[in-house]
Design a binder for this molecule. Sequence first.
Ligand SMILES: NC(=O)c1ccc[n+]([C@@H]2O[C@H](COP(=O)([O-])OP(=O)(O)OC[C@H]3O[C@@H](n4cnc5c(N)ncnc54)[C@H](O)[C@@H]3O)[C@@H](O)[C@H]2O)c1
Length: 249
Amino acid sequence: MSDEARRVVVITGAGGTLGAALSCHFAAERDTDVVLSDVSATSLEATVDGLPEERGAVETLRADVSEIAEVEAVVALAVERFGRVDVLISNAGVLSPNGRIHNLATEDWERAFRVNVLGAVNGIRAAIPVMRAQQSGSIVLTASVSGLTAWSHAAPYCATKAAVIQLAKVAAIEYARDGIRVNCVCPGTFRSGIHADLPPAAIDAIAAKHPLGLGTADDLVGAYAYLASDASRWTTGSAIVVDGGYAAP
Ligand SMILES: NC(=O)c1ccc[n+]([C@@H]2O[C@H](COP(=O)([O-])OP(=O)(O)OC[C@H]3O[C@@H](n4cnc5c(N)ncnc54)[C@H](O)[C@@H]3O)[C@@H](O)[C@H]2O)c1
């Protein structure tokens, strides 16, 4: 396959549970090269160790998505190494501490907004100049069903994920004429590192609210594969819900 026909996918939060599943999927695609990034160098290394042997080229860079210069460095690495960015998956995210609105500290709100919202904004800001020059590109943001349905004791998480959904919609209409699509995926709950601090009983209670039970990161991959592919060429500004039926009632 010629270099022109190769696809370049950049993934943030690649060291996490969903990020690792996405990294494995895209790295295994015969026509795809990937740039993987995470704030945790150790997690990133673990993801790379778990990649399939048969894969395209892989580059990694530790970066904090809340710092624009660091996200720009990730995109610059993709351009320097592979010459383009076809897909940006802005997937890094943090859960807010369990607590009602008045009990959460300013730092809890700031962390959620810096990583979940500013992180997604920075991904868009970094990728857009490259994608506009190409006049093509697909940006996929990881939101959550918590951006569509209210969860008690998780206001910063819910508010930031709602902001991510709206960000995708605005970006979709701003960049459609440049051939750039922007969508988001709204996962229901799947077991991941983000729940490390939650007691098992809390996970069981969440599971009971999903008609199909808790998901796995692999259950989400199809939605990202669709949004990253030409099969979704007429889809932009969408929030695709993949949640085992959680938001259906
Ligand atoms: N697990 C769920 O039930 C669930 C449900 C809906 C949405 N999500 C979203 O899915 C995405 C992936 O989360 P996950 O469940 O795989 O959790 P995870 O904790 O396993 O992965 C999140 C990753 O983001 C990284 N990260 C955190 N802050 C960062 C920063 N400032 N810069 C760069 N990377 C940073 C972490 O190091 C981690 O590797 C998140 O956006 C999360 O909000 C998860």
